[in-house]
Ligand binder design. Structure first.
Ligand code: PLP
Length: 414
């Protein structure tokens, strides 16, 4: 059996149980929601989405512009809700851009970052009043040529691959050789070629990393990013109107993880803004977040189809799996698989004395398809609903839904 280490637990979940002990999602019984679908369903709690944004806003200085990185959860009702709560949206494809523009109208700030933007995507960005975060000098010239063809100017910012990254970050996207942005040392050369007739310089985008739970690491990354942008601004065709310093706030998915101290992140930003006041002028400072805004609000509900024992391990086999939620299986950027929080929807309160240690798996014919390894749950039966928490980001849209040709999952905002 497992070695005796001090028991690590999951950070507290923002959900309640009803009087019968069953899981509630924004006041609705998870069992009733699951019963509306004959496939697994991702349920996003509107009240938690709203409180996540408002709690964060109250920790951040008022001058910080909060953007939502749509790729974390592109489910239309979620994007529609969040777009009313944030100052701008960041997209990573023309598909996300079209979705956003159909929801928010032409004036809401939208920026488009990502390597390998095709000409049609650059053209769409110009047509939809979207700022393109340039990833290379050739991309700058392509955007300029398309803008000239359209007899207009394109809004463009420069994405910088900084010489530092976010310490303790799960997925590093800055420092070293990267396909994202231009190395900081290449930026003066880009500005020397800036096609002022065709491109309207808007500012900088410096993304240093993702999924950090350390406020001090985030404080350092935000400070380094802002200072680098102000330094590079000396070479720019005009002073930046906005400086996107990335985001990076993570989610406590695993046992022992603690939620990031948003107040400490906000205090660091307040200090940074105050000490850079002169240099910043009226440039907007943008924080762009994906998972932090949506993960906590999402619950994946899947039904137990079979229960079996193999050499002493009890398996709960569900109708869900990694084709809907790859990250829970440990195969989305993790080195060692660890458990997300898992519960039985009928007894979220954990009032049953009758518990057992089980391994929860999906229905895919691969050993990779695990939803929970050796978790202690109330005794479950076929037909019961398993709830997996912190599933509101990088779920269906980041999972290999075609793998094994099982049905697609459903999604609901409640
Ligand atoms: C993916 C991405 C984000 C969002 O990352 P999260 O970890 O979900 O917060 C933000 N900015 C850029 C440029 C990204 O590519």
């Amino acid at each position: 059996m497992a070695e005796k280490a001090p028991e690590k637990v999951h950070a507290p979940l923002p959900f309640q149980a009803g009087e019968d002990g069953a899981l509630l999602i924004n006041g609705q019984r998870a069992l009733d929601i699951a019963a509306r679908h004959d496939v697994p369903v991702f349920v996003y709690d509107e009240a938690i989405l709203r409180s996540t944004v408002s709690n964060l806003r109250s920790a951040l200085p008022a001058a910080i512009n909060l953007h939502y990185a749509v790729k974390a959860n592109p489910f239309e009702p979620v994007v529609a809700l969040l777009s009313g709560l944030v100052d701008g949206l960041d997209v990573a494809s023309a598909g996300e851009l079209a979705l956003v523009r159909q929801l928010v109208g032409p004036q809401k700030p939208v920026s488009f970052a990502g390597p390998g933007k095709r000409d049609a995507e650059l053209a769409a960005a110009i047509e939809m009043n979207c700022c393109v975060n340039l990833e290379s000098i050739p991309e700058m010239h392509r955007l300029a040529a398309i803008a000239r063809e359209k007899n207009t100017q394109a809004k463009a910012a420069v994405r910088v691959n900084p010489p530092f990254d976010l310490r303790g970050s799960g997925m590093r996207m800055g420092g070293g050789a990267k396909p994202f942005g231009l190395d900081d040392v290449q930026v003066p050369d880009l500005f020397a070629q800036w096609p002022s007739d065709a491109l309207d310089f808007r500012g900088f985008h410096i993304f240093t990393g993702s999924q950090s739970l350390s406020a001090s690491a985030l404080n350092d990354a935000h400070k380094n990013a802002l200072h680098l942008a102000l330094e590079l601004a000396r070479h720019a065709p005009c002073f930046p109107r906005s400086i996107n310093i990335g985001g990076g706030l993570g989610v406590p998915y695993f046992p022992g993880d603690q939620a990031v101290d948003a107040q400490q992140v906000g205090d660091g930003l307040a200090h940074l803004l105050a000490s850079s006041k002169q240099a910043l002028g009226d440039a907007k400072v943008i924080l762009e977040l994906g998972r932090y805004l949506t993960a906590e609000a999402g619950v994946y509900l899947t039904r137990i189809v079979d229960k079996k024992v193999s050499r002493g391990t009890t398996f709960l086999v569900t109708d869900g799996g990694l084709h809907h939620q790859l990250a829970v299986s440990g195969n989305f950027g993790q080195v060692f698989r660890k458990n997300y929080p898992v519960a039985l929807a009928k007894d979220f309160a954990g009032s049953s004395q009758d518990t057992e240690v089980v391994t929860v798996v999906g229905c895919l014919c691969t050993p990779l398809d695990r939803l929970g390894d050796e978790v202690s749950l109330p005794v479950a039966e076929v037909g019961d609903i398993v709830a997996v928490f912190r599933c509101g980001a990088y779920g269906p849209s980041a999972s290999p839904s075609g793998f094994l040709s099982h049905p697609q999952c459903a999604e609901e905002l409640v």
